[in-house]
Design a protein around this ligand. Structure first.
Ligand code: A3P
Length: 311
């Protein structure tokens, strides 16, 4: 992919895409309706070229700040329960690893600028995460028969979580009003948010697709973990489900040493602790005005009309 010809091809491909500068931090290109960083465009092409998806693979997909960390933890906990059953050993990988260390990020980590892991050495079932919208997921993945799990979150809490995260980590902080305009306009990494969610919602009926929301996980965690485990092929006892819910709870994970000791996600430099802020539903009420709420409602109404996507 990095031959001079391919680099030239990439440059001319990017040059043809609409571009904005995002917060002085990176360019964003609009590709198939979504705003992505140039390295993401490059990674998607590398995934198309070099990634050999297996039917046993599990892809965790999400818009940023919708519960990716939680979904990673739950998936790891569900998959590792069977080794606990067999070996009767309590090996909890979440005790010693942040969920982002356990589930590699497809486009930024494995196919990003500095790939560090040999993808072929990851044991089966391989679990990856992505923030790619469905329409940018390579066909090789869509047709591989692998499972794709999408977690969605209420737009307003997603926005507030994003605002805090981005403000404290990328360049100059911007006001909530500016950030809100940006979120509503859609020109943010992986945006527009509303289209991202809708694409996966439309695909959810397929056999190997699964759609879950942050809010339902909060409201009825045992029911949702059971559903998730069944989708992954496991029938869990009530005790096992309760154990998994507990092990992956915000209260537990956010207090574990591994997530508090300043460790960082190697490809991004984000501190493990930065993925745990408040972990509640409805924090938007502390930040957004009635007008802002109204605007989100209007966009959701317009974009999701006729889709029966719950608001
Ligand atoms: P808040 O900023 O609203 O607190 P992502 O993992 O996609 O980056 O999303 C981060 C959001 O999920 C943050 O939301 C974070 O606090 C919350 N979160 C992280 N781990 C969680 C868990 N185990 N349970 C519930 N929420 C969690």
């Amino acid at each position: 992919m990095d031959t001079p010809e391919s680099l030239n091809e990439m440059k001319s491909f990017l040059a043809d895409l609409p571009k904005i500068s995002w917060r002085g931090h990176t360019d964003l290109h609009q590709w198939k309706g979504f705003w992505v960083m140039p390295e993401v465009v490059k990674a998607v092409m590398a995934i198309e070229d070099q990634f050999n998806p297996l039917p046993t693979d599990i892809i965790l997909s999400s818009f940023p700040k919708t519960g990716t960390t939680w979904l990673k933890a739950l998936t790891v906990a569900i998959l590792s329960h069977s080794s606990r059953r067999q070996n009767e050993v309590d090996d909890d990988p979440l005790l010693t690893h942040n969920p982002h260390e356990l589930v590699p990020f497809l486009e930024m980590e494995l196919f990003g600028n500095n790939p560090s892991r040999d993808i072929d050495k990851i044991p089966s079932p391989r679990v990856f995460n992505t923030h790619l919208p469905y329409s940018l997921l390579p066909d090789s993945i869509k047709k591989s028969g692998c499972r794709i799990i999408y977690i969605a979150r209420n737009p307003m809490d997603t926005f507030v979580s994003n605002w805090h995260f981005v403000n404290s980590r990328f360049g100059a902080a911007i006001s909530i009003e500016e950030a809100f305009d940006e979120f509503c306009g859609g020109a943010i990494p992986s945006g527009p948010f509303f289209d991202h969610v809708l694409e996966y919602w439309v695909e959810r009926w397929r056999e190997v697709r699964f759609f879950i929301t942050y809010e339902e996980l909060k409201e009825v965690p045992k029911k949702q973990v059971k559903r998730l485990a069944e989708f992954l092929g496991f029938s869990l006892s009530l005790n096992e489900i309760e154990e998994i819910v507990l092990r992956c709870s915000y209260d537990r994970l956010s207090k574990l040493d591994v997530n508090k000791n300043g460790g960082k996600v190697y490809w991004s430099g984000f501190e493990f602790g930065s993925f745990f802020r408040r972990g509640v539903v409805g924090d938007w009420q502390n930040h957004l005005s009635a007008e802002m709420m109204e605007r989100v409602d209007q966009i959701a109404h317009q974009k999701w009309e006729g889709s029966d996507l719950p608001r």
